[in-house]
Design a protein around this ligand. Sequence first.
Ligand SMILES: *Cc1c(COP(=O)(O)O)cnc(C)c1O
Length: 493
Amino acid sequence: MSMGDLDDTSSETPLIFEIGRPGRRGSTLPEPDVPEKRVDAMVPKRFLRESPADLPEVSELQTARHYVWLSRKNFSIDSHFYPLGSCTMKYNPKVNEAVANLPGFRDTHPLQDPAQVQGVLQIFWELERILSEISGLPHITLQPAAGAHGELTSLMILRAYYRDRGEKRDTVLIPDSAHGTNPASCSIVGFRTLEVRSGKDGLVDLDDFRKKVDRRTVALMITNPNTLGLFERNIEEIAKILHGEGAMLYMDGANLNALLGIARPGDFGVDVMHFNLHKTFSTPHGGGGPGCGPVGVIDALAPFLPVPLIEKEDEEFRLNFDRPSTIGKVKSHYGHTGMVVRAYTYIRSHSPETLREISRQAVLNANYLLSLLRESYDAPFEGPCMHEAVFSASRQKEKGVRALDIAKRLLDLGFHPPTIYFPLIVPECLMIEPTETEGKETLDLFAKAMIQIADESQKRPELVMGAPRRMPISRPDEVAAARNPRLRWRRSS
Ligand SMILES: *Cc1c(COP(=O)(O)O)cnc(C)c1O
């Protein structure tokens, strides 16, 4: 990298280890005016290294430039529109970070005596009450670390519940539009899965569903709105059928962004659900950071919740580990405290009315894009959608252009691609979720880019099929890139 070419993505980026020079420092400090104490006088020898760690020795400025430079090669929610479908990717308000960085949250330790962290426990307790109000489910645990972990926790709770009742149930029904984590969580718990078909309208086929529910059924795992962006209108009927067989209704809450303040899962028959704080409630998502996938349950399932439970008694918050039927611990300590504080901040910076506005805007934005793009791309389902819009690139495929090519071409035009090839039941699927945080100007620009690509697909398909051209790299072998990463990269042409 030379200094003048921060925007030239074609030049080689050295590793930070290659920039390093022995003895170079990020900062230098004056001689201390107090006696120095040697580290080995304070730390037991078994914890000390024998030789220094092999770390790059660089100045602060070199470090800052190196990472800012690398970050510019990436798309991020702060720099680009990110219209992923299913995984709500909304802007993370900076006030969340400011609050999570308050010393009382940032500098606490999970092993501190609960008496010293009453404020943290209060936030946990209050967020539980809020999620309970939003979902209509009376009991919440904030411990699971992600949506998939919430699924696993919920299924463990269901397994414990049926074991406790002496019922031998082993089958979980899952619609064919479901997210892959649903069946994966089932097999980890040891349940068998049975697929339920979607009808032409994109909703669970009730006849197929009725045929598959029986006394072996543990639950149906349903996403609502489903991953096609459609509200399962028959959800109450579905709950009735399950409950008639003694089974439960599980809701994958990844799409809760469409329901806030409008419909409560507990009111339409859901017995257990997970939330994704990193989707609906604007905590950071991806990049290896922690997530948080709370679980809500009805009264009958509450005894099986993981420990500890946070309880309030005489204005004091306590951790209750003494729960004989609990499934035990699913996460070290209490879960991801920083995420809980961020989600709490996000929710408290809205009123119940503006929380409802989030969902209304999310649905409006998705339908706006649906209406702008309907002529250029096939929309497989009639009528309006919820918070995400599904298209098929089957028309473009006649010219050889696939959903993948469209996604890659979007990168050249400055947009992160939407989700592609999911849900699996729509051929050449493009699933777009603008979220409520994007304004009309951005949606118009995105639609313009999508329409341009549709046009290019007809007139110059090879242009789309060869994209991206303006990115640091074009189309890596994704498996090889993950398994055998070449960290130093040089453009070959
Ligand atoms: C994101 C998502 C999940 C998994 O959640 P993670 O937090 O990524 O583990 C499950 N189901 C659906 C529908 C999702 O969109």
